[in-house]
Structures are given as C-alpha cells and as structure tokens.
Design a protein around this ligand. Structure first.
Ligand code: CP
Length: 296
C-alpha cells in the first residue's frame, strides 16, 4: 500500500457512504459472486464484507470452519482453489499468520485478507483510517495511543503501517510482554515516526492523545487460560478516563470488546467505535469496487 492507495480507498468509501444513504446500493456487481471464507470467528468483518458485496449488486457464498471440508483435513490451498472456481472475489480470515499470503500463491482472482492470526488486518486498518479522517477531519499532526494487546492484536500492526504515511506520533500502552512487535517498531522508526512505549495509560499520555485506540487482550492467541487471565482487565476505559482527555479525543476499538471499554462511554461524543463499525461496510464496498475495477 502507498499513501495514494489509502487516499483512493478513503475517497471511494466516502462515495459509497453517500450511495448507501441515497439509494441503498447499486448493481455494478450484478451476477458476480464473492466467496467469504471465514476459518476463524467473526461478526463485523464477515457481515460487513457480505453486506458490502450485496450492496454493490452481487451475491455471496460463505465458507465456515465448522461446516466446511477443512473439518475433514482439506488444506487451505485446496479450499481456496475450490471456492475460486465458483466466485469472482475471495475474502479470507484465518487463525494463522501468513495464511492470506500463502493462499494468494494458489489463486488468480482478487483475494482480500480479512485477518490472519496475529499478523495483519488490512481492511480494518483502512476503515480505521476512514474513521479517523471522518472524526477529526485530517490525518496529519495527530497523536494516536494504542492500548492493550499490541503483540497479538493484528489491527494495530496494520494501522501503524498506514498511519506512517502521515505526520503522526504513536504511543504504545501495553504490558511489557504484549508490547508492539519489534518488527513494527523498527519499520516505524525507519519511516521517521516518533514512538513512545508505556505500561501505564498516564494522564499525560491521555492529555496529548487525539485517538485512543483500544484493543482486546486476544484470549485465543495465548498458550493457556492462566496466561490470558494474567492480562485480562489490565486496561479498562470508562467515562472518567475519557473525561481526562481532550474534548476532541476519539475512542476507537476494532471490537468485539470484552470489558476494555465500559458502557458508560457509549453515549459520549468521544465514543467513535460504533461509527467505526458502520464505516467498515463503506470501506469494504470501496475495497471490493477497487479490486473489481468497478469504482468509477
Ligand atoms: N474488528 C473485527 O475484526 O471484528 P470481528 O472479529 O467481529 O470480525
């Protein structure tokens, strides 16, 4: 991805938002089929990709781990080769890092990574960029504070990459053992991005933050329940926390939340996470339109 790619997606996503508001959708993908292959649980990503393709006039087939031949031991490459026969666009969520890259070697049709293990979640990062732009009106000169499980939380890896095209400062608030991977930190450093690590979400960090990007402790990535319980509940954002930040600060979360943001935050103007969730559909409509050459 380049900065130009990001801005193209954001511009098309804005048009998609208007399209949905005015007419609900269009027929540019009439008679086209998308295969939504979700081999790891999902609510938002699966349903927003599905809705996005339908709103562009196409139809969707869904493959899930529990009811597909992956249960019988079929390899990822064979599953993807199979669904490619029946569809025009492929979407893949998988529990293993690098799965989308591997699958892409075996198929010729557009393949969209919908999250690969603790690796990347690029469509989430694009919808997050769309949300930040819509909430703040700009992407430059902002301080983004990422909180929670930065090691296994794939959304922050992809978001840091896209933010690095802009003049941003990144705070990483996480327990030492769940800090941002060194590969991401070094990549940001090579791009001249100022970064700061902390184990505490201090008042000083909150005061300078424009976007408080909260993440879930990724239970499914820990070796044991005992290990997960060490970190569960380590950061909890409530109304009092938000009130310590700027009035213009926005609280984001890729969701699902499992206790990291209290419900007393939900009604505050700072709570952008449900708008972020809605933006997922517009952004995924844009991604699909761009990869199918139907964006214009
Ligand atoms: N944000 C996100 O990826 O949510 P789901 O796991 O519900 O798709």
């Amino acid at each position: 991805f380049t900065k130009q790619n990001v801005e193209e997606v954001l511009a098309v996503a804005s048009r998609m938002k208007e399209l949905v508001a005015k007419r609900g959708g269009c027929d540019v993908l009439n008679h086209r089929i998308m295969a939504n292959v979700f081999l790891e649980p999902s609510t938002r990503t699966a349903s927003s990709f599905n809705a996005a393709f339908c709103r562009l006039g196409g139809k969707v087939i869904t493959i899930q781990e529990g009811t597909s031949s992956t249960k019988k031991g079929e390899t990822l490459q064979d599953t993807m080769r199979c669904v490619e026969c029946y569809s025009d666009v492929l979407v893949l969520r998988h529990p293993e890092t690098g799965a989308a890259k591997l699958a892409a070697k075996y198929v010729k049709k557009p393949l969209i990574n919908a999250g690969d293990g603790a690796g990347e979640h690029p469509s989430q990062a694009l919808l997050d960029m769309f949300t930040i732009f819509n909430e703040l009106g700009h992407l430059d000169d902002i301080v983004v504070t990422m909180v929670g499980d930065l090691k296994y939380g794939r959304t922050v890896h992809s978001l840091a990459h896209l933010l690095s095209f802009y003049n941003v400062r990144l705070n990483y608030v996480a327990p030492a053992s769940l800090q941002m991977p060194e590969s991401v930190v070094q990549d940001m450093e090579s791009r001249g991005i100022k970064q700061h690590k902390s184990e505490q979400l201090t008042d000083a960090i909150l005061a300078e933050t424009d976007v408080l990007y909260v993440t879930r402790i990724q239970q499914e990535r820990f070796a044991s329940q005992e290990e997960y319980l060490k970190y569960k509940g380590v950061y909890v954002i409530d109304k009092a926390t938000v009130m310590k930040g700027k009035e213009s600060m926005r609280v984001m979360h890729p969701l699902p939340r499992v206790g990291e943001i209290m419900e007393d935050v939900d009604e505050l103007p700072q709570a952008a996470f449900f708008r972020e969730m809605e933006n997922g559909m517009y952004t995924r409509m844009a991604i699909i339109a761009l990869v199918t050459g139907t964006a214009n």
